[in-house]
Ligand binder design. Sequence first.
Ligand code: FAD
Length: 441
Amino acid sequence: MTVTIALFTRDLRVRDNPVLTAAHREGAAVVPLFVLDDAILSGRFAAPNRAGFLTAALAELDAELRAIGGRLVLRRGDVVAEVDRVAGQVHARSVHIAADVSGYSQRRERALRERLARRNCLLHTHTASITSTDPEALMPATGRDHFAVFTPYFRRWSMTHRRKPLGKPRELRLPRVESLPLPDADDLCAGPASPRLAVGGESAGRKLMREWLSGPIEDYARLSDDLGADATSRLSPYLHFGCVSPVELVHGVNLSTEGGLAFARQLAWRDFHHQLLAARPAAAWSDYRDRSIRWSDDPQAVDAWRDGRTGYPIVDAGMRQLRAEGWMPGRARLISASFLTKSLRVDWRVGAEHFLRWLVDADLANNQLNWQWVAGTGTDTRPNRVLNPLRQAERYDAEGAYARRWIPELAHLPGARVHRPWREQVDPADYPAPIIDVVGM
Ligand SMILES: Cc1cc2nc3c(=O)[nH]c(=O)nc-3n(C[C@H](O)[C@H](O)[C@H](O)COP(=O)(O)OP(=O)(O)OC[C@H]3O[C@@H](n4cnc5c(N)ncnc54)[C@H](O)[C@@H]3O)c2cc1C
């Protein structure tokens, strides 16, 4: 009997999953395997919010697999050693895994391939699984190994051929193999999680996707930056953990509508950053473009920024939402990242670390490269742009609804007055005075 292993990583779904489909097609029996990776769980990337989302997504994946005759096999430890051990136990002919982009995942793939080869077991990688396109399929005509500017990338991305979404396997057969029980979040990562965290899993992700595509997407071009409206898809955690397939999502978007096109453009940013990180894994922590910026060291200002007490309500609202939900809308991320790097002149890595601690959707490609974009060390063609928090508040929270939602101390200030509390009778013991001056106060 041919046995294959479908090794799940951040593709936690049964529908449109090239890894599961290929393993099922090849094997008479399949081991759907997930390894709780000690290298990740004990490193800087471990975070209670993502642990919470992950455990829910794993539980649901297990239930989905059981519904088709399988179940999720869980192991914990070193990924290469654990996959090799399972491959030995079930005499697997091959292992299927989604291609990923970070330096760590590229090393993991190489090590797995080598180790499995010793027992004549093949490793097959599948592209267009974690992203909607194969990063290597879309290369610039210049011969470079990645696009350094988004607009030409998007032109190519819009025209590229995408595979059709796959269904889920009808029935799975499992060989005899042991598994750990499903973990609780606390087993994976200690520390407080956000009280209003999204619920992980394929069904929650698919429900959100269906609802989004059936109406709200039409207003995306008009409302995506309107902070009070809360009118973005909130699909990012489901995309990050692969509970929703990016290929299926792109197929569901009507590119001939204004909203559909604007939304697809954001999905293309996601692929763009994945391509860049695949080609330049060091950009996760080193400047993509060296601009010899002299960052300032200001621990007090950084604490105020992290705690949402900078004195600028539009910045503080975003930072408080981050802790409460483990998520922020893109516009709020831009404003708070620009405030830290351009107004306070603090190194983008400090901000990126804080986002990694709290964001449920955090991944190296999108988090680090967006931080670099804002800081001016990344792919922004206008690296010196500064987002003035007061101008941003006027444009994107004109009525002050977002600021009042997240800063209860200021909830009594009507309309746009909430954005300049220093002009009101607000006790600095309740809400602080601005920690720095910006133009337009
Ligand atoms: C400083 C900073 C840090 C960020 N960190 C992350 C991160 O760790 N993980 C992450 O997924 N996104 C990150 N983003 C990008 C973006 O802010 C989020 O993807 C988006 O806010 C998620 O909300 P949504 O799903 O409602 O997005 P929508 O506006 O509905 O967009 C749909 C999808 O497009 C993708 N997308 C949107 N904007 C971007 C972008 N600028 N770059 C890449 N992909 C994008 C996301 O997958 C998102 O789910 C960051 C942006 C900034 C400025």
